[in-house]
Design a protein around this ligand. Structure first.
Ligand code: ADP
Ligand code: MG
Length: 500
């Protein structure tokens, strides 16, 4: 574990930043936490509202097993303690988008207890230094509806589609010490949720949002008073919030003021935060056990099913890519950061092994390097994601096999990939049609080498006199003479023997 040394330089000395995140993650499920209404994003306002969600008198909530299951699976994925006995509480407050007048949540006995998430501090660091961020709890609760202020000149509208949708609130310990650590934590959490399939992680659609708790202190001193900035909806905004809020607190303290515990709002247009209301305490909400709901009791069979349903998780996958497939920590990190990328890579690996008659571990480095440095780049230029790639894993494997057996060189493969992306044709067909086959015939290459050496007698002399860096020049000239199609290995061998 490496301690971050991120500091804010104040007028009176250095300050350390302390950060804890409360992340609201919308549970992936077909229906809401306590009703059968649909949860799809983007539906007509108020088209997914049952009598329970609208809080009609006498309606009774019924817990949705799938939502509980998803929260338990998430807890297991962050090595957390699962509480076999938990209970729902009412959190009482009045707001126009909350028809019940209370939110059903869990304060005293949450479903998931302590866990942890490991973050990578520097993706490029070959040592791969990591830090463990503690998780305090995950509780399950209902979302509220949404007020729409821009639909009518003098009135606000209420959309209750989101009312009653299940959320997991994932509360971290105040273990982060820099904007970068908080960014890495949020990204890692999103990666895990997507692997587990318990939240789609789409922050721009509001399925994941963070309350950002920030305080500052002199290094080594006790924690300072924190502020909480609500509902920040991107990794970048979370980092900006921390940066801005920490600097504001330092300025405030250094000019003789005091940080007050309050709730703040982030304004993406200015990158700054402003006060929303003074912070309420738990007792302000008059929490009490919801009398309409029995405590949740989980049995071993249920927990076992949750555990067995988990896929290989990002840390395990990353470790396997490094140790069993021989990938660099950086490549392993890139390929496992997103579950869809990892899936695509593994399909590619299977196809490559099949096409080249080798073990996956023998083709893994070639496949990983090509995917990261060639296909990602090419798709990026086209503005396409991996899922939209016209080149499938199977077609990519055909191209890689041609490189593997020496039919084409890496640089010709770039051209072939471009044509594949344009036309959708297979690699072998393109190589044949465009005459891109690599020349491995030593006779033809030897002739080209002789020509190059004869035409550059002065450089040959310099090379033999000790200027060995000229070797690359001869390779380049020979390649040029052969229109890029000479087998580089053969070129090297022939040049070496001729130059002596
Ligand atoms: P509440 O629910 O009232 O906001 P919690 O005790 O659940 O209060 O804490 C909320 C979050 O605040 C947690 O993520 C925790 O890590 C973080 N936190 C607590 N103390 C501090 C502090 N001094 N500085 C920064 N974050 C803090
Ligand atoms: Mg809070």
């Amino acid at each position: 574990m490496t301690e971050s040394t991120y500091r804010i330089q104040g007028a009176t000395g250095d300050w350390e930043v302390v950060i804890g995140l409360e992340v609201h993650a919308q549970v992936t499920s077909n229906s809401k936490l306590f009703s059968g209404s649909a949860t799809a994003f983007g539906a007509e306002p108020n088209s997914q509202v049952s009598l329970v969600d609208a809080a009609m008198p006498g309606m009774l909530p019924v817990p949705n097993r799938e939502c509980i299951r998803q929260a338990v699976r998430t807890g297991l994925a962050i090595n957390a303690q699962i509480n076999k006995w938990s209970r729902f509480d009412r959190k009482n407050y009045f707001y126009a988008d909350l028809p019940q007048g209370y939110q059903i949540s869990q304060l005293y006995h949450p479903l998931v207890g302590e866990g942890s998430i490991e973050i990578q501090l520097d993706e490029k660091d070959p040592e791969g230094s990591t830090k463990t961020i503690g998780i305090e709890r995950i509780h399950v609760e209902q979302d509220a509806g949404k007020l729409m202020h821009d639909q009518h000149p003098t009135m606000s509208y209420v959309d209750l589609n989101r009312s009653g949708v299940a959320l997991m609130e994932i509360v971290s310990r105040p273990d982060m010490r820099s904007p970068a650590e908080a960014g890495a934590y949020l990204s890692k959490l999103r990666t895990i949720l997507r692997y587990v399939g318990s939240c789609d992680g789409n922050m721009d659609q509001g399925s994941m949002r963070a309350d950002v708790n920030v305080s500052v202190r002199r290094p080594g001193e006790p924690f300072g008073t924190r502020t909480e900035t609500k509902n920040v909806n991107s990794v970048r905004f979370v980092m900006q919030t921390i940066e801005h809020e920490a600097n504001r607190q330092v300025d405030l303290i250094e000019s003789g003021g005091k940080v007050v515990q309050e709730t703040r709002l982030f304004d993406p247009n200015t990158g700054s935060t402003r006060s929303m209301r003074s912070k309420e305490d738990a007792h302000d909400y008059r929490y009490f056990p919801d009398p309409d709901l029995l405590p949740l009791e989980l049995d071993d069979a249920f927990l076992e099913e949750c555990r067995n349903s988990l896929p290989e998780l990002p840390d395990a996958k990353r470790h396997r890519y490094e140790h069993d497939l021989g990938l660099s920590p950086y490549n392993a990190g890139v390929l496992t950061a997103d579950v869809d990328t990892a899936r695509w890579f593994e399909l590619l690996l299977g196809e490559c092994a099949k096409a080249q008659g080798k073990q996956p571990a023998e083709v893994a480095r070639q496949a990983a390097n090509w995917l990261i440095s060639e296909l990602f780049g090419a798709l990026n230029k086209l503005g396409k994601s991996l899922e939209e790639s016209p080149v499938t894993p199977e077609k990519a494997a055909e191209l890689l096999a041609l490189i593997g057996i020496g039919t084409i060189s890496g640089s010709i493969a770039k051209q072939v990939l471009e044509i594949m992306l344009e036309t959708g044709n297979g690699a072998a067909v393109i190589v044949e049609r465009e005459g891109l086959k690599q020349e491995s015939d030593s006779g033809a290459i030897e002739a080209a080498v002789d020509q190059v050496l004869a035409g550059n007698a002065d450089k040959v002399e310099q090379y033999r006199g000790g200027k060995v860096a000229l070797f690359g020049f001869f390779v380049g000239q020979t390649m040029k003479a052969m229109q890029g199609k000479a087998n580089p290995q053969v070129v090297n061998e022939i040049l070496k023997s001729k130059l002596g």
